[in-house]
Write a protein that binds this ligand. Structure first.
Ligand SMILES: C[S@@+](CC[C@H](N)C(=O)[O-])C[C@H]1O[C@@H](n2cnc3c(N)ncnc32)[C@H](O)[C@@H]1O
Length: 314
């Protein structure tokens, strides 16, 4: 869908429509212009464009510097990224740059963005005040640790917001664990939009607390933290964190406990609203109770999901 030369092209992205709308609204309501917005892991710019739409609506009195800092490696280094680009018809091979796609997507709006192309640890030094950070690259505990330890000290207590885009993804449990470790200093601004959770910095966080929060997510003493976050979120939205909890027990060798927790989830009368719930739950079941799947059943599933379409049978 083309929006016209100056406005760029609408090339989509990984965030859900509800998240894009929320990002726009949050900038509109929240951004004062005395700091910047960081779009960390912007990919081809769906999140960036939503943030720009918010800026257009609030027209803040910002300083001479560009209001948005967009950070990404801008190289197709993950298979899901390569697949997405292939699906949209982009000629980008594994390891090549997708920065041209980002620029095409943004059009003239790219001039309003400080684009930082490189690995987070190479290009992520920020010395400005940060009013809003949208984090979509905390893909490892180390990257999450970098973001929280380097950027939270640049934030304004009582004002700045942290959007953790992968908060509900059970493959990245260190995010929920780290935010749980900061709950004496941050409040929950918005419990759930898509896979994101939104936190407000309430008071300055000592460096040792920030460091401690980002370590040890895979240790036994991590479980009470996860429990605290699950309690705060409540049953309606915490199902993915309950999967993280079951997987944590599994990782610690408590298989019977892990199984009983998963069985509780399987017995729920209604599925949570998460778009990826079935994928997450089935992956957890395969990990914790692989014997539940007969070889032929798995083969059949794979055939229907991947093979049939490729062979023209579906
Ligand atoms: C899920 S995508 C982000 C989706 C995007 N926010 C959107 O609106 O569609 C995650 C992005 O993080 C980037 N990324 C992952 N690890 C990174 C790192 N260490 N440094 C910089 N970028 C990284 C990837 O290149 C990818 O574009």
């Amino acid at each position: 869908m083309t929006m016209g030369g100056d406005a760029g092209h609408d090339l989509g992205g990984f965030i859900e429509a509800s998240e894009a709308d929320y990002y726009e609204q949050v900038v509109r309501r929240h951004f004062r212009g005395d700091g910047c917005i960081v779009d960390a892991g912007c990919f081809i710019g769906a999140s960036t464009k939503a943030l720009i739409r918010g800026l257009d609506a609030c027209d803040p009195q910002h300083d001479a510097e560009l209001p948005i800092i967009a950070i990404d490696r801008f190289t197709a280094s993950d298979h899901y990224v390569v697949d997405f680009l292939a699906q949209m018809g982009a000629d980008v091979r594994f390891g090549e740059s997708f920065l041209p796609e980002f620029l095409r997507n943004l059009g003239q709006q790219a001039l309003r963005v400080e684009i930082r192309a490189g690995d987070l640890v190479q290009v992520g030094r920020i010395e400005r005040t940060i009013e809003l950070a949208v984090i979509d690259l905390a893909k490892t505990p180390a990257l999450n640790g970098f973001v929280l330890q380097r950027w939270v000290p640049q934030m304004v207590p009582g004002h700045s917001l942290i959007i953790q885009q992968d908060f509900y993804s059970p493959t990245q449990p260190w995010i929920a664990h780290s935010m749980a470790g900061l709950l004496d200093y941050v409040s929950l601004e918005h419990d759930k939009v898509g896979e994101s959770a939104v936190f407000r910095l309430e008071r300055p966080i000592p460096a040792n607390v920030l460091r401690e929060a980002t370590l040890g997510w895979d240790r036994r003493d991590a479980l009470p933290r996860l429990d605290r976050m699950i309690e705060l979120l409540g049953t309606r939205v915490s199902a993915p964190l309950r999967l993280m909890r079951a997987l944590a027990f599994h990782g610690l060798g408590h298989n019977a406990k892990a199984r009983s927790l998963l069985e509780e989830e399987l017995a729920q009368p209604t599925a949570p609203s998460d778009q990826k719930w079935e994928k997450w739950l089935s992956a957890a079941v395969v990990a914790v109770m692989p014997e539940a799947f007969e070889f032929n059943a798995v083969l059949g599933q794979l055939y229907w999901r991947h093979g049939a379409q490729r062979l023209g049978h579906a």
